[in-house]
Design a protein around this ligand. Sequence first.
Ligand code: SAM
Length: 429
Amino acid sequence: MNALGRHILVEFSGCNAEVLNDVSIIERSMIEAAQIAGATVINSTFHHFSPWGVSGVVVIQESHLAIHTWPEYRYAAVDLFTCGDSVDPWVSFEHLKKAFQANYSAIEMNRGSLHVIKKSDFQPQHIRTKPSFDLEKGFQIERNVWFTDKDENQALSLRYTGEVLFDETNPFQRVRVLDSYSHGKFLAINNMVMCTERDEFHYHEMISHPIMQAHGNAKNILVIGGGDGGTIRELFKYNQVEKVTMVEIDESVIRASKEHLPNIASEFGNSKLNLIIGDGIQFVKEAAANSYDVIIVDGSDPVGPAQGLFTAEFYNNCKNALKEGGMIITQGESPMFHEGTFVELNQCLKGIFGKSQVHTMLFHATTYPSGMWSLQMGVKGNTHPAKDFNKDKARQFSNDKSLKYYNEDLHAAAFALPTFVRKMLGENA
Ligand code: SAM
């Protein structure tokens, strides 16, 4: 070759905008494009811009591949640069053209034409003796790719391996399981973290045990959502439970969890489980009155199928389905993230159960944006969940079951709200 390098500048247009805005697909496609051309990948760094667009580079032994995407223009600028002639960059080009379903224009330039430049007698002071990679171990691709759960102003990001263990999109939502460096595998719906192996017990213990301990003898329980299985896992720790009816709208969430999060999805085989794949909103509309001791709404944020889980109609139907003395709990968003929904939901519950029958807990949700998350309870009766529970029984239970988050002191403390939150909820500061 009469040049040191080959540089293909590619203009990809008419691309699939969703693909151009998906850092995991872009990163994976670029890595594959290098590998398919026989290049040796050393590392990759990819960044997902807000509100959209991805930029990244894959460093290869034979130089680099780089990309910047403008999903809103369905356009991506790609540079395929290889030195030596062991790798044909056009092979990478073909792979990306397919991956982005793109039209294109492309031009190849020789870089470092040997007609122009001559080798000098450069004697470097420092010769890098240690190869940049361990021949024994082969190439360790260091991938710097992040999953980000965000709104327009706040975000929670987890660095993950780049491998996508599960990825299915259905009419309701997109369901993924990814593997993070800091929190193990995690379930994501659309761009929201649902639960991670490292901290899922925070949420699942707090959505289950305060209400079960406060009720004291719940036998017939309804769970709306909860497809990862963490909530039913906690409920089946109670011997008095006779039946748990779980209504999950999306069977792929259950399948993904069973396959990749077995410690969370460990109770789907329980004989006391009545699993229904269906819309929880419709289910409570048709539910018989006075049926359940406890209802747990383990739903996602108010988007897509979960929107209706934040309405007065839904909670009216839930109250109707509860027995006298029954209790309901729902993931209540956060005073620091989606605070509007947090307050609206609280007012909605107070409108249905009565101001003094609604009680809010906060807990540390370390992989939800802001890290401060709420659970909101409504009681069909006068039991006060923070006061009217048997502390000794709660201590015994959390010890016997080796619970990792919930304990009798935290039970009471979780209902003690910071002053600014009391003010947000119009509760005496
Ligand atoms: N901990 C999570 C959170 O706080 O965002 C919730 C986890 S759980 C996986 C949420 C589940 O609710 C999902 O599996 C979703 O499919 C389900 N879901 C959403 N809307 C639903 C509906 N209308 N009926 C039944 N399940 C629903």
